[in-house]
Design a protein around this ligand. Structure first.
Ligand SMILES: Nc1ncnc2c1ncn2[C@@H]1O[C@H](COP(=O)(O)OP(=O)(O)O)[C@@H](O)[C@H]1O
Ligand SMILES: [Mg+2]
Length: 283
């Protein structure tokens, strides 16, 4: 099962949710793959990959015909594998348009890889670019992180319409796994009101579990650690652990069968974290 994290806005918690949810699922014993499609590579860096070791990345897979399994690497968490992003993804947009079926490159690249995993999460850039289109074409479902603040409703509406248009154009089947409220701050009136408005309008399309503002979530990436390694007792860790349970329940209840339990990743032995970064910094 493949789920893309999408939003036209930056800074809404896409990357934090992709990394933390992937880590929670891996810690719960699910074989999980995180794919970083943002040229800023925040998800990859958050997991402790040094900037100079980001290659091979999704850019090599999308543009240079590198088999996706060759670009996958292990992380410090046993069940979590990672396909990094790199800065040259920035050029992908332009180069992709020169290729046949440019919106289906990722889907095709993942055919051999994702069956090895129960769950694949894709962290997207903050645009509805061709890269995000590739993610939505490849995905079974998408998650939409939203900060309940001014104009949040418009953003959600806008994105859902964008995905609907894309469905027409490319025949994508990605369904809404749910809207996730992130950085919820009940100390402000606006925070309270906007969270309530989103829930009133979108009902059970909004995850019951919400992620409140928690400084530990903002600190963990700087150390190259997931929230569970950095501070397992934080409210952020607890929120993402609960979110992972709701995620599993929702995506299965949605009629998406969870992947069959099978042997571990076929090429697990081949996955090597480059050089000495195997355990990430400060472990
Ligand atoms: N629940 C949270 N509480 C506090 N800070 C958060 C929370 N979620 C994300 N952040 C921080 O907010 C910033 C934007 O989050 P990020 O996940 O990078 O968003 P996006 O990927 O949508 O751009 C980052 O600095 C991140 O560490
Ligand atoms: Mg991001």
């Amino acid at each position: 099962m493949i789920t893309a994290l999408v939003s036209k806005k930056g800074g809404v918690g896409k990357t934090t949710t992709a990394v933390s949810l992937a880590a929670a699922l891996a810690l719960a014993g699910r074989r999980t793959l995180l794919i970083d499609l943002d040229s800023q590579a925040s998800a990859s860096l958050s997991l402790g990959v040094p900037r100079h070791l980001l290659a091979p990345s999704t850019a090599d897979v999308l543009l240079r015909e590198m088999p996706a399994w060759r670009a996958v690497r292990a992380t410090a968490l046993p069940n979590l594998h990672l396909l990094t992003a790199s800065a040259d993804l920035h050029d992908v947009e332009e180069e992709l348009t020169q290729m046949p079926d440019p919106a289906k490159r990722l889907q095709r690249a993942l055919v051999d890889l994702t069956p090895d995993y129960e769950i694949t999460l894709i962290d997207c850039p903050a645009t509805m670019s061709l890269i995000t289109t590739n993610a939505l074409v490849a995905a079974d479902s998408f998650m939409l992180p939203v900060v309940p603040q001014y104009l949040a409703l418009e953003g959600v509406q806008n994105l859902l319409e964008g995905v609907r248009r894309m469905r027409h154009r490319y025949g994508t089947g990605a369904r809404l796994a749910g809207i996730v409220l992130t950085m919820v701050d009940y100390r402000t009136r606006a925070g309270k009101e906007n969270a309530a408005r989103l829930r009133a309008l979108y009902g059970d399309r909004v995850f019951a579990v919400e992620v409140r503002t928690n400084v530990r979530l903002a600190e963990a990436p700087e150390r190259g650690l997931t929230i569970f390694e950095y501070d397992a007792r934080s409210t952020g860790a607890r929120a993402y652990q609960l979110l992972s349970q709701e995620f599993l329940w929702r995506t299965a209840a949605d009629g998406q069968p969870e992947a069959q339990a099978g042997p571990g990743p076929r090429r697990a032995e081949a996955y090597r974290f480059p050089q000495s970064s195997a355990s990430g910094p400060q472990h």
